[in-house]
Design a protein around this ligand. Structure first.
Ligand SMILES: Cc1ncc(COP(=O)(O)O)c(C=O)c1O
Length: 363
């Protein structure tokens, strides 16, 4: 730590271990397949690059700070009200803004034990106290979350499906959680992986946001839409929350190229469906192969699987890396005996299966 004797940030900031993204290099390997950040192995829909390049011609101009065209496009696709949508530089920005706006010193931000790391980091950055509720079978336990609520709780974050476990809680449980919140608390449903869920009628939490005034949903263009590099996300919520987020965000928080690419991406529903179906096929195939190789796998609704590697985690990781396969260590999520493997294309999935089988055979 590089601490100055007198010039210090607010309490909590120096407790933050900076977020370390998925690795992207494997020294010595002649072919590298990155499966460490849950990105779309097929990239964005083909029309997106044209929209991006067209927008690049206007780099001298500020973007539309109201994100109007993109909000209308999102609203059209999901059947929402454009005025209840706000866009951000990735859903990470929206998570951070929610913490900044609603939680400060003395307040609590609640999430589940293996929840997405940014909830804790954003709570600390806002000066609030992060609180983690226990899970059951690597799945958020709504009763434990309800039990951990207090008068100081301001925000409850729940990713559904969750990263890195891939597990979900059902709509009835979510409604129960929303109904149990103290009057000053807001439930944030993080639906970053909602498009990958194959349960009929799954809406990422839209119906719950509609039914209540204490629930907001966040979404991202980084996963199924294949636009992680551009940093683009959005939130749908009650008017009072959208109003607050519009007050605390930067006036031009989303770039013009991201807005244009996002508009093209959200309009290609066939591509989204194609990626979701392909992901399901290879996720299920890989899960079976990984189990057959002797490793536990948590059933996942996302574009990744959590593999139980126990005491051999470092060795398995090194073995994969020696074959150019970069996966994610998840000790920072309280899971030192697991590896998270993003679902790649056929080549990537087959390479992981081969590597794990050969590791199993060699051990
Ligand atoms: C559950 C969850 N929420 C949010 C994010 C952040 O996504 P974005 O790229 O939109 O900031 C991620 C990224 O991995 C995630 O896994």
């Amino acid at each position: 730590m590089i601490a100055h004797p007198t010039i210090c940030p607010r309490p909590g900031v120096l407790d933050i271990a900076p977020y370390v993204g998925g690795e992207s290099t494997a020294p010595g390997a002649n072919r590298v397949i990155k499966l460490s950040s849950n990105e779309n192995p097929f990239g964005p829909s083909p029309g997106v690059l044209d929209a991006y390049l067209a927008a690049a011609k206007g780099l001298a101009l500020y973007p539309d700070g109201g994100h109007l065209a993109l909000r209308r496009a999102i609203a059209g696709v999901h059947g929402l009200e454009a005025e209840r949508i706000v866009c951000g530089a990735g859903s990470d920005e929206l998570i951070a803004l929610l913490c900044k706006a609603y939680a400060g010193a003395g307040d609590e931000v609640l999430y589940s034990r293996h929840g997405f790391l940014m909830y804790r980091l954003s709570a600390l950055a806002a000066g609030a106290t992060p609180v983690a509720a226990p899970e059951r079978d690597l799945t958020a336990d709504v009763d434990a979350l309800i039990g951990a609520l207090s008068e100081r709780t301001r925000l409850v974050f729940l990713a559904n499906p969750n990263n890195p476990t891939g597990t979900m809680v059902d709509e009835a449980a979510l409604a129960r959680l929303a109904g149990a919140l103290p009057p000053r608390a807001l439930l944030v449903l993080d639906a970053a992986y909602a498009e990958y869920v194959r349960t009929q009628g799954h809406d990422g939490g839209i119906a719950l946001v509609r039914a209540r005034d204490n629930v907001v949903m966040t979404r991202t263009f980084s996963k199924i839409h294949g636009l992680a590099a551009l940093r683009l996300g959005w939130a749908y919520g009650p008017e009072h929350v959208i109003d607050v987020l519009n007050r605390v965000r930067g006036p031009f928080n989303v770039t013009a190229t991201a807005l244009a690419a996002g508009e093209a991406a959200i309009g290609d529903a066939d591509y989204v469906e194609h990626c979701a179906v392909t992901n399901e096929v290879w996720r299920d195939w890989l899960a079976k192969e990984v189990s057959a190789a002797g490793f536990g796998v948590t059933p996942s609704h996302g574009n990744f699987i959590l593999v139980e590697t126990g005491a051999r985690t470092a060795e398995v990781d090194a073995h994969l890396k020696s074959r150019g396969l970069i996966v994610r260590r998840v000790a920072g999520y309280g899971l030192p005996g697991h590896l998270r493997v993003s679902i790649g294309d056929e080549v990537g999935c087959r390479a992981v299966a081969d590597a794990l089988r050969s590791f199993g055979a060699g051990s």
